[in-house]
Design a protein around this ligand. Structure first.
Ligand code: DUC
Ligand code: ZN
Ligand code: ZN
Length: 472
């Protein structure tokens, strides 16, 4: 594969900012030296990063490629979704393999391994959605940890689909406490939400806006509280996925102040979009995801930004789960399944390609967080949280050369016309962002440069993850 030298850039990690040159041999970083000092090393390829930031490749620990949901499948395959991720400066994804009711978790894992095998542009790992907790699944959780699947997603939402009751959650948490794995929790009180949803539909309130109104933020707070206390009595670490509500964040803060192993991510949509996006008739279907976008006036967004700054929230992921407004070329009717019934709209928003630039723009260019914190929440902590550090998540001697060169001053406009995700709209259409991903290296290979994709499907390898490094 050869060697490469990234010269004259500003190297930013979670802890350092340095004017330095990065020397790469094959797949790995082998030297980092202050710019201007002659290493005496000759590289096959030199990349000039003057005026640019040189940052660790993004790690998106929450994607759903081809997720079966509501009678269809998320529109991006592992091929299209992972390539779009690369375009946007993400060099690792952790996706969710699925065990449905009555299925074996191991079989679910093997099915997702087969879907991803030879398809991905970047490295990938898996969490496991445990949709059926029983004796066999509990045994399989040990086997999955051995396979590098060290986190298990459970749903307090979606009764009759992915839902687990408190007893099932307790049993899975006991297993996680025993085998060192992490419980990743979707915390919304789905039983209560379904009552409100059915009552709204009975009143003829069928538009997408009602999805946002019935999934009340208090019910995310309640579920978050309950999961924290179940984690307390079982000793399991818990990571709240896609935290959207200030009531949920308050519970996480309380638990962290008690010194508990409680962690949380949020997503760009909760930081940048709001309940109003769900209005405008069926157009709002573009923004139907769960938890829903929240009321800006109630202060959720500003509270989440503060949480990111103060480390009450540790990660920004995407929950990338795209569904087309028109028919998808492979999977057919998608968002339109819910015309006349908001509860039947497939839940999800596309975003894997946009996360790095959106958070750089609103966070760093917008003056809310500094570049080191940006790297920490988009790459370093995700790697530590899910057992990938220091191979991933930093620029250091011995780490994989997953590197993004980002122009902090370049402005561009996000649009469906220019994105690479296999979905027919952008949730951020027309948004101008400052900070552009220009060059992307995955394991030392330049896969995006000069506005062109140079990678191939199958470049990405499966990552057998270790257990979390975040325990307190
Ligand atoms: N939320 C979504 O919006 N989509 C997929 C699953 C989920 O929990
Ligand atoms: Zn979820
Ligand atoms: Zn999700």
């Amino acid at each position: 594969m050869g060697s490469a030298l990234i010269k004259n850039g500003t190297v930013v990690t979670a802890t350092e900012t340095m004017h330095a040159d990065v020397f790469i041999e094959n797949t790995m970083v082998v030297a980092i030296v202050a710019s201007g000092i002659d290493l005496g090393l000759v590289a096959d390829r030199t990349i000039d990063a003057s005026g640019k930031l040189v940052i660790p490749g993004g790690i998106d620990v929450h994607t759903h490629m081809e997720l079966p949901f509501g009678g269809t499948f998320a529109a991006d395959t592992f091929e299209t979704g992972s390539r779009a991720a690369a375009w946007g400066g993400t060099t690792t994804i952790v996706d969710f393999a699925v065990q449905t009711k009555g299925e074996s978790a191991m079989e679910g894992f093997e099915a997702w391994m087969a879907k991803a095998e030879g398809e991905c542009a970047i490295d990938y790992g898996f969490h496991m959605i445990t949709g059926d907790i029983n004796e066999q699944t509990l045994k399989e959780m040990d086997m999955l940890v051995d396979e590098g699947v060290t986190s298990f997603k459970m749903f307090m939402a979606y009764p009759g689909v992915f839902y687990s009751d408190d007893g099932e959650i307790v049993r899975a948490m006991q297993k996680a406490a025993e085998n060192g794995s992490m419980i990743a929790m979707h915390a919304e009180n789905g039983i209560a939400i379904d009552v409100f949803a059915n009552q709204a539909l009975a009143r003829g309130e069928t538009d997408p806006i009602h999805h946002g109104l019935v999934r009340k933020s208090v019910l995310e707070g309640e579920a978050t509280h309950r999961a924290i206390r179940l984690a307390e009595v079982t000793g399991a670490p818990v990571y709240f996925v896609h935290l959207s509500a200030l009531e949920a964040l308050e519970q996480v803060i309380l638990a962290r102040d008690e010194g508990r192993n409680v962690f949380a991510e949020t997503c760009p949509q909760y930081l940048l979009l709001d309940l109003d996006n769900l209005g405008n008739g069926f157009e709002g279907a573009k923004y139907v995801c769960s938890p829903p976008l929240r009321d800006r006036a109630a202060g959720h967004q500003e509270r989440l930004w503060r949480g990111l700054k103060t480390d009450d929230l540790q990660v920004v992921s995407t929950d990338h789960c795209p569904f087309c407004m028109g028919d998808h070329h492979t999977f057919g009717v998608q968002k339109q399944l819910g015309r006349g019934n908001f509860a039947a709209i497939p839940n999800g928003i596309p975003g894997v390609e946009n996360r790095m630039e959106l958070i750089f723009d609103a966070g760093v260019s917008g003056g809310r967080i500094n570049p080191n914190r940006f790297v920490e929440i988009t790459s370093t902590t995700p790697a530590k949280m899910f057992g990938l550090f220091p191979k991933k998540g930093t620029i250091a001697v011995g780490s994989d050369a997953d590197i993004v060169i980002l122009d902090p001053d370049r402005t561009h406009t996000i649009s469906v016309d220019t994105h690479h995700m296999d979905v027919d709209y952008s949730a951020y259409e027309g948004r101008e962002v400052t900070g552009k991903v220009e060059t992307v290296l995955s394991k030392g290979k330049v896969i995006v440069a000069d506005g062109l994709y140079h990678g191939r499907k199958g470049d990405g390898d499966y990552l057998r993850r270790g257990t979390t490094m975040m325990l307190r």
